[in-house]
Design a protein around this ligand. Structure first.
Ligand code: NAD
Ligand code: MLT
Length: 404
């Protein structure tokens, strides 16, 4: 199929070893119909790779999410089937950051409302009096790639930046100029709250009726991360009651935002249709990185940015490479001589390599061990899942000395 915007994908499209088809915005039905033909899938956030899609795939080995969030892919189903799921994080960090800052400024000065009012013939200067950002408190929830860049820019406006992120250290936050706080403190101290976490079990409806009640009166909320982190019903009620001054949302529980969404009735709301990553620069960067990742995966067996396989750095990988081959062969050998049910496996690593991250070596052993026993294709992605499913306990221990 022809598609006009293929900038950044040239390497992949011109590669002699690949047949690439482009299907812009396929329906779920169409996706199910197409999927059995493909070895690899490159998608943005609108395509939903459900369990059903994965089950229907016959040859699929790699799913690449051209962007950060992988919440539109059923990772459990992909892992069970041994399909690598990879993302391209970072390529759209600056675009998403700048969109967040645009929303922050637009909220503080009522820009969309003032624009709409003027366009409809009014001149309402008092109605749209805004608030300065300087000396206001910005509470960030999530201090990863985007959170960090938002913090840097907000500091340049003279804002005080506080953040909640249970997976980063005080030193890291301080190095950015932000102060780590508890969630309760974020709620009670922030004039603006901006969300920058993934959508997962711990963040689903993090912003709900109870958390909104704990916020400062007149708080402004921005979500450029994922719909579903905010309970939209609670947000609606919060804005209606005046507890929340206003909100700016780029992402929604259901996308596209349904035409009958109550959010559309609100005046104090600024909505954009998931535009965070939609800049020419981000789309080209991500397309180029995706092309290279796919080419390296299928032509050289190199797996980058996988979210369902343990990641090791290049240096570690070079050091463990001989052990990957050895452990797979040991597993393969034992898988053929073992009789009866396997209940527990203990891998003891000794000597110098015990200082390294050896999770891939363990997976390699399992791959070897389970391959002759099972009918299904075992690989790095599904080896540990299959062992678990069969009730096999895996113990990994390390000793600093090596024995014969
Ligand atoms: P990231 O992985 O670099 O950062 C996420 C941060 O969230 C991490 O530091 C992590 O420790 C933290 N976190 C995880 N669970 C948390 C919790 N329960 N409470 C607080 N912090 C928690 O990701 P990123 O690249 O900064 O992206 C952030 C979000 O923005 C993602 O949801 C991504 O999908 C989304 N995104 C949206 C757009 C868009 O178009 N609107 C564009 C890019 C990214
Ligand atoms: C992302 O998670 O990277 C964004 O949602 C961008 C997108 O794919 O639209």
């Amino acid at each position: 199929m022809t598609y006009s915007n293929t900038e950044g994908l040239e390497k992949l499209l011109n590669h002699t070893e690949f047949n690439v088809d482009i299907h812009p915005k396929p329906s779920q039905e169409k996706l199910l119909q197409l999927i059995p033909d493909y070895d690899g899938l490159l998608i943005r956030s609108e395509v939903k790779v459900t369990k059903e899609v994965i089950e229907r795939s016959a040859n699929l080995k790699l799913i690449v999410r051209a962007g950060t969030g992988v919440d539109n892919i059923d990772q459990t189903a992909a892992t069970q089937k041994g399909i690598v799921v990879a993302n391209i994080p970072g390529g759209n960090t600056i675009s998403a950051t700048e969109h967040t800052i645009a929303l922050l400024l637009a909220l503080s000065r009522n820009i969309p409302q003032a624009h709409a009012s003027l366009k409809s013939g009014n001149w309402e200067r008092e109605k749209f009096t805004g608030t300065e950002l300087q000396n206001k408190v910005l509470g960030l929830i999530g201090l990863g790639r985007i959170g960090k860049e938002v913090a840097k820019r907000a500091l340049s406006f003279g804002m005080k930046v506080i953040a909640y992120d249970p997976y980063v250290t005080d030193e890291y936050a301080k190095s950015i100029g932000a102060e780590l706080k508890s969630l309760e403190e974020i709620y009670s101290q922030s004039d603006f709250i901006s969300l920058h976490t993934p959508l997962n079990e711990s963040t689903k409806h993090l912003i709900n009726k109870e958390s909104i009640n704990k916020m400062k009166d007149g708080v402004r909320i921005i979500n450029c991360a994922r719909g579903g982190i905010i309970d939209e019903k609670a947000l609606y009620d919060g804005i209606k009651s005046g507890k929340i001054h206003s909100a700016a949302l780029d992402v929604f529980e259901k996308e596209p935002l349904p035409k009958d969404s109550p959010l559309l009735e609100l005046e104090n709301i600024l909505l954009t249709p998931h535009l965070g990553a939609s800049t020419e620069e981000a789309q080209i960067k991500i397309a180029q990185e995706s092309s290279e990742l796919i080419i390296d995966f299928f032509t050289k067996g190199i797996i980058r940015n996988a979210v369902n396989i343990p990641q090791v750095d290049l240096e570690t990988f070079k050091n463990i490479k001989p052990y990957l081959d050895l452990s797979e062969k040991l597993g393969l050998f034992q898988g053929q001589i073992i009789e009866g049910r396997i209940k527990e496996i203990e891998l003891i690593y000794g000597g110098e390599i015990s200082n390294l991250n050896l999770s891939l070596v363990t997976l390699s052993y399992l791959k070897g061990l389970l391959t002759p026993i099972l009918d299904i294709k075992v690989n790095f992605v599904n080896a540990s899942y299959i062992a678990q499913e069969r009730g096999i306990k895996i113990k990994e221990s390390k000793v600093s000395f090596s024995e014969d």
